[in-house]
Design a protein around this ligand. Sequence first.
Ligand SMILES: [Ca+2]
Length: 347
Amino acid sequence: MLPLLLDCDPGIDDAVALCLAAGCPDVQLVGVTTVAGNHILERTTRNARAVLALAGAAVPVTAGCDRPLLRQLCIAPEIHGETGLGNGPPPVSDVSSVPLLGGHAANRIVEVVRSRPGEVTLVATGPLTNVALALRLDPGLPDAVAGVVVMGGATTRGNTTPAAEFNIYVDPEAAAMVFAAPWSVTMVGLDVTHQARCTPDHQRLLAATGPVGAYLAGLLDEYRSGGAGGEDPAMHDPVAMAAAIRPGLLRTEPAAVVVETTGAATAGMTVVDFDAGSAAPAGVPVHRVGTTLDVEGFWALLLDAVARLDGRPPDGRSSDGRSSDGRSSDGRDQRVADRVVERVADA
Ligand SMILES: [Ca+2]
């Protein structure tokens, strides 16, 4: 079992990442911490608990920073909806099955990692405020984690400004601290997450698994019509989660990464130096920057995890070959489903 701690700001794609972790049989989700980002902290915390409740995962949640280290918070309701999970009702109204711990997320990160030295993988899918504070609290944290995977940044172009991706843009100072720390971050940036687009076929397969998949498919409809402007939405946070669970899905290259904090037009830009990756000067951490994703392997992992949460076989079909909503799959669905089954069988 892979012990995994998720720091997140749900957020539609965070919700999918949470379900991926909760449904993956070889992952032990040992904690969830929340940060302000896609929405205000109160919302991201409530949303995390609601998604975990939907998934039937009573993983304790700890709230963290309600604003970036130095800057004003900016949130993204135009992309993630009025509630941070679209504009509709929450997936469950009673979140009491998912405990909300007292204390601060930064302390919780240190506590969980230190409780199992060398074992816990930290995945961050929001602004890096909590993680930066955890590094300040415990400078030895890099030696105590098994790995750290960050959804953030880009090697080419941003999505919030021409230079910056949202998570890094919201709190560039925190991100700069995280990338300057003496650990090797697996950076899952836009260059990789844009390779995993959620097509209508994928959405139909998700919807067919049962209530959890149907809820996520509905959220992805809002993602598609909102921030994605009608295009197939990129699965940012789930790709980072998948890279933590199955590192082989992500091809990476070593690189030095500096986060721009002072540029008038470039604050939050991740300046990725691949040339320095193999010969970085002493004291400059070498990170693993994602370049290519095994897209079909990613979808196989995600659909299998959600199907497990819904108590369904991975392809969403019951034994009579019909989809779980009673309709026969059309040809395209069938082909995607067959590939998913093959991939799951290979895994
Ligand atoms: Ca997020």
